[in-house]
Design a protein around this ligand. Structure first.
Ligand code: ADP
Ligand code: PAZ
Length: 319
């Protein structure tokens, strides 16, 4: 597929090799140990301390500057409004990218790094899978083959959640999803209580939608973001990561009789491989091409991963 760097003369981005990007770390201290990084990395998306040092510390330093400037703006607005109350709301970082590109690991590592800034901000992480419609509804609406597509989410609930967070509400609940049952978990929630920073991660978080003709306010999910990150890689690489992960899961998580995919652990290697290829081609690749990749140019920062899951190029939107 395409390279990140554009052929067109104007691009809203500046592009950096991983080596160049690493230099922007400056004096940002490394606050994670190898053991902590291993705990945060998922079995299927390896990351090591070197990658944290080279890619994540510069990212942490950049985000620190952005968060600080938004806090300064908040104080100035407070001074501007005088006696009027101004509510301090969480700084929201949106994170998008394909299935199997490694969003969860990036989000978890980033969360830990941000929480270890000297100011010790409260950082929370929410994934959008909890906002998927329950399988019962997806089946009824013939959407099981579209799990992860924009129409498989309860977009209203998602927007209500972000709107409550941005209004500074306390104890806002987000529903949870289980990869074991392949379904949302009825009655299970994570409660978000006015964090300083919220990382909001999911396939479609940069998705726009049709604008209502009547001029009423219908927000995009990304309207609530202060900063957005897209995790990118060549289509063929993500494909291979998805298949490898599926084949590993077959020997681990799918062995659990309660796993939705348990039957695939009983199949021959070839038959399971064919199932994984089908899921990739019919659901995840389609979703990547139709809905996810088109949102890439909306991100403030793009991390492009290479062969061994390492970031090889970074694109940062010019201000
Ligand atoms: N069928 C599954 N069983 C167990 N865990 C899974 C399954 N599918 C995905 N996961 C885990 O769920 C998380 C999210 O996966 P995914 O949506 O593909 O995004 P990403 O790979 O970008 O983090 C990952 O940590 C992944 O390892
Ligand atoms: C649950 C997901 C839709 C990801 O959801 P997200 O947190 O990005 O909203 C995805 O991991 C998934 O399970 N996709 C369905 C196709 C498949 O089984 O690969």
């Amino acid at each position: 597929m395409d390279q990140l760097a554009p052929t067109a003369r104007y691009s809203p981005y500046r592009f950096f090799s991983a080596e160049r990007w690493a230099e922007f770390r400056a004096d940002t201290p490394l606050t994670l140990t190898e053991a902590e990084v291993q705990r945060l990395s998922s079995l299927y998306d390896p990351i090591d301390l070197d990658e944290v040092r080279h890619i994540y510390l510069s990212m942490s330093r950049l985000l620190s500057a952005h968060v600080e400037s938004s806090q300064m703006l908040f104080r100035q607005r407070q001074a501007f409004f005088g006696a009027e109350e101004v509510i301090k709301t969480p700084y929201i970082i949106g994170m998008a990218g394909s299935v199997a590109v490694g969003k969860s690991t990036t989000a978890r590592v980033l969360k830990e790094l941000l929480a270890r800034w000297p100011s010790s901000p409260k950082v929370d992480l929410v994934t959008t899978d909890g906002f998927l419609l329950p399988n019962e509804v997806l089946r009824r609406e013939n959407l099981m083959e579209r799990k992860g597509f924009p129409d498989s989410y309860d977009v209203g609930a998602l927007l209500r959640f972000l709107s409550a967070i941005k209004s500074g509400e306390r104890d806002v609940r987000a529903p949870l999803y289980s990869h074991l049952t392949y379904d949302v978990m009825p009655g299970e929630f994570i409660t978000i209580d006015r964090p300083d920073i919220l990382i909001f991660e999911g396939l479609n978080v940069l998705q726009p939608r049709d604008l209502p003709k009547d001029g009423n306010f219908v927000p995009f999910v990304s309207d609530f973001f202060d900063f957005s990150i897209y995790i990118d890689a060549e289509e063929e690489l993500i494909h291979s990561w998805y298949i490898k992960r599926f084949m590993k899961l077959r020997q681990t998580a799918f062995r659990n009789p309660e796993s939705f995919f348990h039957r695939y652990s009983q199949l021959s290697e070839d038959a399971a491989h064919a199932i994984a290829e089908g899921l990739w081609a019919n659901i995840n690749l389609k979703n990547l091409r139709e809905n996810i990749l088109p949102t890439r140019p909306r991100a403030d920062l793009i991390l492009r991963k290479g062969e061994d899951h390492r970031v090889v190029e970074v694109a940062l939107r010019k201000l």
